[in-house]
Ligand binder design. Structure first.
Ligand code: URA
Length: 252
């Protein structure tokens, strides 16, 4: 049983920011096990307490949906012996048997959906549904127009068939011209590319960039279907999906 502050529980349930939910509490709209609850610091057990806001039940939810900004260094798994898992970042989040929907590599950052809704996860990951996933990629070297066309038209990454058509956009070219790197003769050009793919093969983005000769130096997922990485979330932070986001995800 993990106890949570009531204001955090309400904010995680999508009722607004901590200060917005304090107003709901002040107005006497929230009850815990039938008793009006006005104190934001009251501890609740989301699994067992019966929590209502304006008469709507917030607890004993069957399915929970969280948008996590995955930091580098965490593995997308429920258990691992070698590194912390993304689930360790959600240890105080209400919901039993949460799991990440798909995988981001240990060194990849960004949007990861975490839920306990198995059927939805299955649909989102199924190759039949082709859910769009957009990544911000910093790649070594100068990615040319012809490289972008190769990324878009399909590449041999060692699978049975080439990658499916994708969208690739060059956002910026950068050169590491810090005095230290110039002195060391290690100044390096890099390219910032936005890539949208509709499949999710193992290490797909890294293998696509490897195939065009521009290894990935940094990778962040910024959207999946209708879900967009919330810039207000620092790496390691998460929030509950809003009801609108859940409805739109289910409609994909
Ligand atoms: N493609 C990759 O290569 N790595 C990820 O983490 C996600 C997509």
């Amino acid at each position: 049983m993990s106890l949570l502050r009531l204001d955090k529980f309400l904010a995680d349930a999508g009722l607004g920011t901590r200060s917005q939910v304090k107003l709901l509490l002040k107005k006497g709209l929230v009850t815990v096990n039938g008793e009006a609850a006005k104190k934001p610091e009251q501890k609740v057990d989301p699994e067992n307490d019966f929590i209502l806001c304006g008469g709507t039940s917030l607890s004993r939810q069957e399915f929970y949906y969280y948008l996590l900004n995955k930091p580098a260094g965490y593995v997308s798994a429920t258990e691992d012996n070698t590194a912390p898992t993304v689930l360790s970042l959600l240890k105080d989040a209400p919901g039993r048997e949460l799991f990440p929907v798909g995988r981001l590599d240990k060194d990849t950052e960004g949007l990861l959906l975490v839920t306990n809704d198995g059927p939805l996860a299955h649909r989102l990951l199924s190759p039949r549904y082709h859910v769009d996933k957009t990544y911000l990629v910093r790649a070594a070297g100068i990615v040319t127009e012809s490289d972008l066309s190769s990324l878009e038209n399909g590449l041999d990454i060692g699978e049975k068939s080439p990658t499916l058509p994708a969208k690739a956009r060059l956002l910026a070219l950068q050169s590491d011209s810090t005095p230290a790197s110039q002195k060391a003769g290690s100044g390096q050009e890099t390219s910032l590319v936005e890539l949208t793919i509709h499949e999710g093969k193992f290490h797909q983005v890294k293998r696509m960039f490897q195939a065009i000769g521009h290894p990935v130096l940094y990778l962040r997922r910024i959207s999946m279907g209708n879900l967009v990485l919330d810039e207000a979330l620092a790496p390691g932070e998460f929030r509950a999906l809003t009801p609108e986001e859940i409805v739109a995800l289910k409609a994909l």
